[in-house]
Design a protein around this ligand. Structure first.
Ligand code: ADP
Length: 622
């Protein structure tokens, strides 16, 4: 202490100095005195990088930059002029060029007559405070930005559960704009159903509890409910009073939905797997790892000592005849990316076998070996059932075919006799009484004779058709060269009449019904001659195939439109009228029956006006 304020006998000058000295002692701030010309006459402290001595006698223009000094002196001049104290707040650069922020008060210095003799300056260096304030506002700004723009939905409410902050992510989550919710009670965010739960939870936060992964649904602006997982924290002031609660809510609606759907489909899958005897398997490339689920292991009755988790060891359970087929299925899927599908038998210990259908898909992971994942279904019962049903159907079909054939045979056979009578008596009528009848009656008799002749042909055709299977001969070794020789002999008249040119290639020796082979070739060659306009040119060839012999009869006739390729093989189907070409429409249907009896197929390739080629196969090893 330099002195006391009271009882000090000092003159004005020294009194002022004494007051200032004492103030200076009590405060850490800077105090300056300037005369009327604003020259410093006294300073309390070294200041702005200058010592007291360096300051005394100087003006602000000597100490600071021109701009800074100008601002300072302007304020000070005003105080000198008006006599009114002024506060000021401004930055100046010190001796080293560092910016210092000053907050101050300029007061006029009065003499005993009240005249202004100078200026007292009272300054505080607030550089640090300003820096901290700036820092704080930057941090606050940064935090606000962070909270507002983070992807995590964040909400803040006060102890009265009024919403104080509602960030952008929460806006996106709920559809509400923050202006719509700030100041409102939290309640409106929760649907009726979860209101009581949410209220209880909010209350808990008042007692210091925080939420940790708590699921509470919220109600969005569009009335949609979303499931939200909440985490919260309480914010207290220095006296440990709760100021607010900050909570983060994660939208887990789609996750929840996916989880529920997954559970549901898992449940359905299990149900399907259980009820359908379905097992799951996984094949890792090269068969090194072949994984079966428990259900499949049970279905195959896997024994640990036989099955070592490789496809090789699994093959021991596959029926010997089916092993290759299963291997081929794996190869096809691995090489061609085809879906895996095969039906095979597994051998059980009691030497019975069961049918499994295995289906799978290839998965190629990047940089990993391929794997096939699939299911296997026990279809034994289904297969046996359908085989039984098929067998029964076949039997029924065979029986009804036989009955039909029998019927056709009997009727056509029995009809022949009365028909022969009708035709011979009408002929007799014409011969004996022809001259006694008029022209009309003779025409009628001619129609009757023609009609019965045609009916006779039809009945004969039908008889031949029904005989193909019922009255067929055994299959023997047949030389087709000989067959064709006989055919040409049989139709030599029409060949001669039409001057037909027939080329025959090398013909094989096959196993067949000789008479039926004659019928087929005779029908085809006759048709080729019949259905041509000029000189018929016919070529007959043969070709040996893996399982069949392929024969063809090619002509240069009128040809057939592709839409009739199938129809001409049906009984009584003709594409021409009887006026143009004679016939009954039975020939090709007989050929078809015969070829099918020989395990083959018959078809035609043709172009109208360009000729036709009839092709048929006869199975080898009959
Ligand atoms: P049909 O010869 O008695 O008429 P098909 O059953 O032998 O009976 O023949 C059925 C029909 O197929 C014939 O009416 C004819 O329209 C057609 N067709 C058969 N062969 C030939 C052929 N070589 N060229 C053109 N059309 C033919």
């Amino acid at each position: 202490m330099k002195g006391k304020l009271d009882n000090q006998p000092v003159n004005i000058q020294s009194r002022e100095k004494y007051v200032i000295d004492t103030m200076f002692e009590l405060t850490p701030d800077y105090i300056t005195i300037q005369d009327i010309d604003l020259c410093y006459t006294w300073v309390s402290n070294p200041w702005a990088g200058y010592t007291e001595k360096e300051i005394i006698g100087k003006t602000d223009f000597d100490l600071f930059s021109h701009e800074d000094a100008e601002i300072l002196s302007k304020i000070k001049q005003r105080v000198l002029e008006t006599g009114k104290p002024e506060t000021c707040n401004f930055p100046v650069k010190d001796r080293e060029g560092e910016v210092i922020c000053l907050e101050g008060l300029c007061v006029p210095l009065l003499n005993s007559q009240g005249g202004i003799t100078g200026l007292i300056g009272y300054f505080r260096n607030i550089t640090e405070r300003i820096r901290m304030e700036n820092e704080l506002s930057r941090t606050k700004n940064y935090l606000e930005q962070l909270i507002n723009y983070t992807n995590a939905p964040i909400i803040v409410w006060n102890p009265a559960s009024e919403i104080k902050l509602f960030n952008k992510a929460f806006e996106r989550l709920t559809g509400y704009a923050s202006e719509e919710v700030i100041g409102k009670k939290l309640d409106f965010l929760f649907p009726d159903l979860s209101l009581s739960k949410s209220r209880a939870m909010i209350k808990q936060t008042l007692y210091g509890d925080f939420w940790e992964s708590i699921e509470i649904p919220i109600l969005c602006k569009n009335r949609e409910t979303k499931i939200v997982l909440w985490n919260s924290a309480n914010i207290y002031d220095n006296e440990q009073n709760l100021i607010s609660t900050i909570a983060q809510g994660n939208d887990i609606t789609s996750r929840k939905k996916a989880e529920t759907e997954l559970e549901e489909s898992q449940r359905k899958l299990n149900l399907a797997l259980e009820s359908g005897s379905i097992g799951i398997w996984e094949y890792h490339e090269k068969g090194q790892r072949f994984i079966l689920d428990e259900r499949l292991k049970k279905m195959v009755k896997i024994q640990q000592k036989v099955f070592d988790g490789t496809l090789g060891s699994f093959e021991k359970y596959i029926h010997d005849e089916d092993v290759q087929q299963v291997r081929d299925a794996f190869r096809r899927t691995l090489e061609n990316d085809e879906p895996f599908e095969t039906i095979f038998r597994i051998k059980l210990e009691d030497s019975t076998s069961r049918y499994l259908i295995a289906k799978g898909m290839l998965y190629k992971m990047q940089g990993e070996l391929s794997k096939i994942t699939g299911v296997a279904i026990d279809i034994t019962e289904m297969k046996e059932g359908s085989e039984r049903a098929l067998f029964k159907l076949n039997e029924e079909l065979a029986r009804s075919n036989k009955e039909l054939e029998q019927f056709a045979y009997v009727t056509s056979h029995d009809l022949q006799e009365p028909l022969r009578m009708v035709s011979s008596f009408t002929q007799m009528l014409a011969e004996r009484y022809g001259d006694k009848l008029d022209a009309d009656a003779r025409d009628y008799i001619k129609f009757a004779v023609d009609g019965s002749k045609r009916m006779y042909e039809l009945i004969n055709g039908l008889l031949a058709y029904s005989r193909v299977r019922s009255k067929g001969d055994y299959f023997t070794e047949v030389d087709i060269n000989e067959v064709l020789e006989e055919v040409l002999r049989n139709i030599s008249l029409s060949i001669k009449k039409r001057k037909a040119e027939i080329k025959i290639g090398i013909m094989p020796l096959i196993r067949a019904d000789r008479n039926q082979m004659i019928q087929v070739f005779q029908n085809l060659v006759s048709n080729s001659i019949k259905f041509s306009k000029g000189i018929p040119k016919i070529s007959i060839t043969s070709k040996e195939q893996e399982d069949n012999y392929l024969f063809s009869v090619e002509d240069n006739g009128i040809g057939i439109d592709s839409q009739y390729y199938e129809r001409i093989f049906q009984i009584f189907q003709r594409l021409v009228t009887r006026d143009e070409y004679e016939g009954t429409g039975i020939g090709l249907s007989i050929c078809k029956r015969i070829v099918e009896r020989h395990g083959g197929k018959i078809w035609v390739k043709s172009k109208p006006g360009k000729g036709s080629t009839f092709l048929f196969t006869i199975k080898k090893d009959l």
